[in-house]
Write a protein that binds this ligand. Structure first.
Ligand code: NAD
Length: 522
């Protein structure tokens, strides 16, 4: 077993190069505001995707550890629920300030474990921080409603916390996704158990440490680790009332179905295939830059990556120009100055992506730009794939029907905007889409007819800020999109509504005889 990491030591320094991991420390559980070395017998090795050097070992937390985390959250709940909103808000203010203070450290952990560039990792943290900042307004967001429904009678509605909730997170946004959950769940009075991705839990561990510093009482935020076994524990543990999941369809559909059958609320954001429709009247320079950035940024490992181009009419001739822009994207270790693009998460992921590129070739598409076999000189052992563009793709091809989740842009050609809309709507995913045009009328038509849940008009990655909600559609979200992350629906998800109807009448006005009819309040 490797030496357990001392949380305090980790707080003082953090690696800013890929070479600095000399003596890896095991990842710990975080229960009752304590970092606790796991007694696990099974460990998951976590490698830096740029070097494949060992960064840490992540435990498959034991049954006793999983239970201890829920015990802690359940024990903390009554007092946390009764903590005044203003006191919770003060803690959230401190939490926000600490995340900002430790921004670089969080980003460095992400670059090391996940591979994305340091600048991009800072964005990962910021998009989560914005949710925490918005949660500081909980005092006005949690207000209920009141209506005088009849003379002397009123109905009030309250939003009450659920109890213990859980979050199961993906690898691609190690800070943002935990921060979609922690601030809203806790500000609304719940306690939370989080299972970060076993592939990059480091940022979540730092978030836990900062939560303790901010003043969250023991048990309000707990972290456990592992893979499917931990997920099954969460799904089946009766004290967990709600599950927030972000990740693939395979895991998410299973968690949604079994979690719902167990009577839990489940919100589950799933996979994607995001299309951009490009019209000849668009601002060409803006569109081509936006597309190249959104297709290849974060090595295409964003659920809102713009992975599919629908070139309308003459714009099909622009694809080589996108390839020219893609060639100027610098692939390098995420800490390196000037790096635009990091590695993909694992050797398995690299292999899967390369196989999908090969399948496109075999099915008759054109590999216009081939990123296979490219690697930066300094990092020969990383999981590298350079920007890849596949042209002349047809909807039946595997590279179109499957989510690639790598730096690969697939391009299809159509003649009209109507054909583009039909093509995009025929795709089973519906996370995001974008249109590039100067015509308000065309954009309006697209916006109205398109079935994707998040639409960008000349905006390549239209992820809404936290005052709105993350509104995927179709196969990109489980349960028909009824439960969406953050914003007003996020508060709704983490609270139970209670309505109270009361009658206050002067004593002599109260009827002397029992009424057996259904009260109508009229
Ligand atoms: P993943 O489904 O492999 O893992 C997500 C979580 O589920 C992890 O914590 C993992 O431990 C767990 N898990 C994995 N397989 C499981 C199984 N068989 N049974 C139970 N639990 C399991 O997803 P990932 O590879 O980490 O993330 C990439 C995926 O997430 C992509 O499909 C991407 O589109 C999606 N994603 C979606 C959004 C969104 O908001 N729609 C955001 C980010 C990522």
């Amino acid at each position: 077993q490797l030496k357990p990491a001392a949380a305090a030591a980790a707080a003082q320094s953090y690696p800013t190069t890929h070479e600095q991991i000399q003596s890896p420390a095991d990842t710990q559980n975080f229960i009752d505001n304590q970092f606790i070395a796991s007694q696990a017998t099974q460990w998951i090795d976590l490698h830096d995707p740029a070097t494949n050097n060992l960064v840490t070992r992540v435990p498959q937390s034991t049954d006793a550890e999983l239970k201890a985390a829920v015990d802690s959250a359940a024990k903390a709940f009554p007092a946390w629920r009764d903590t005044s909103l203003l006191a919770r808000q003060q803690i959230m203010f401190k939490y926000v300030a600490l995340i900002r203070e430790h921004w670089d450290r969080l980003a460095a952990s992400i670059t090391l474990e996940q591979g994305k560039t340091f600048a991009d990792a800072k964005g990962d943290v910021l998009r989560g921080l914005q949710v925490a900042e918005t949660a500081c307004g909980i005092t006005t967001q949690l207000t209920g409603e009141v209506l005088e429904v009849a003379k002397d009678m009123e109905t009030r509605s309250y939003k009450e916390p659920l109890g213990v909730v859980a979050a199961i997170c993906p690898f691609n946004f190690p800070a943002m996704i935990p921060l979609w959950c922690i601030p809203i769940a806790t500000a609304t009075g719940n306690t939370i158990v989080i299972k970060p991705s076993e592939r990059d839990p480091g940022a979540c561990m730092i978030l836990a440490e900062l939560a303790e510093k901010a003043g969250f009482p023991p048990g309000v935020i707990n972290i456990i680790h592992g893979s499917a076994k931990t997920v099954d524990f969460i799904i089946d543990e009766p004290r967990i009332k709600a599950i927030s999941f972000v990740g693939s369809n395979k895991a998410g559909e299973y968690i949604y179905t079994r979690g719902s059958a167990n009577g839990k609320r489940v919100q589950a954001n799933l996979g994607a295939k995001n299309h951009a429709a490009v019209l000849p009247d668009c601002n060409k320079n803006h569109a081509l830059n936006a597309i190249a950035g959104a297709a290849f940024g974060a090595a295409g490992q964003r659920c809102m990556a713009l992975s599919t181009l629908v070139m309308i009419g003459e714009t099909k001739d622009w694809v080589p120009e996108i390839a020219e822009r893609a060639k100027s994207i610098v692939m390098d270790g995420g800490f390196e100055e000037g790096a635009d693009l990091g590695p993909v998460i694992s050797p398995e992921s690299k292999k899967r992506i390369e196989e999908l590129i090969a399948s496109a070739e075999a099915e008759g598409a054109t590999i216009l730009l081939d990123g296979r076999g490219q690697k930066p000189a300094k990092y020969p052992n990383g999981n590298w794939i350079g920007p890849t563009i596949i042209a002349n793709v047809k909807p039946h091809m595997k590279c179109y029907t499957e989510e690639i989740f790598g730096p690969v842009l697939v391009c299809l050609n159509v003649d009209t905007i109507d054909e583009a809309i039909d093509l995009i709507n025929a795709n089973e995913y519906g996370n995001g889409t974008a249109i590039f045009t100067r015509s308000g009328a065309t954009a309006g038509l697209f916006q109205k007819k398109i079935e994707a849940g998040q639409v960008g008009i000349n905006v390549p990655i239209p992820v809404p800020l936290p005052m709105f909600s993350f509104t995927g559609n179709k196969k990109s979200i489980a349960g028909g999109g009824a439960n969406t992350f953050y914003g007003k629906p996020g508060i709704q998800f983490y609270t139970q509504q209670k309505t109270v109807t009361s009658l206050w009448k002067a004593e002599d006005a109260v009827a002397s005889r029992a009424s057996v009819n259904m009260p109508t309040h009229s």
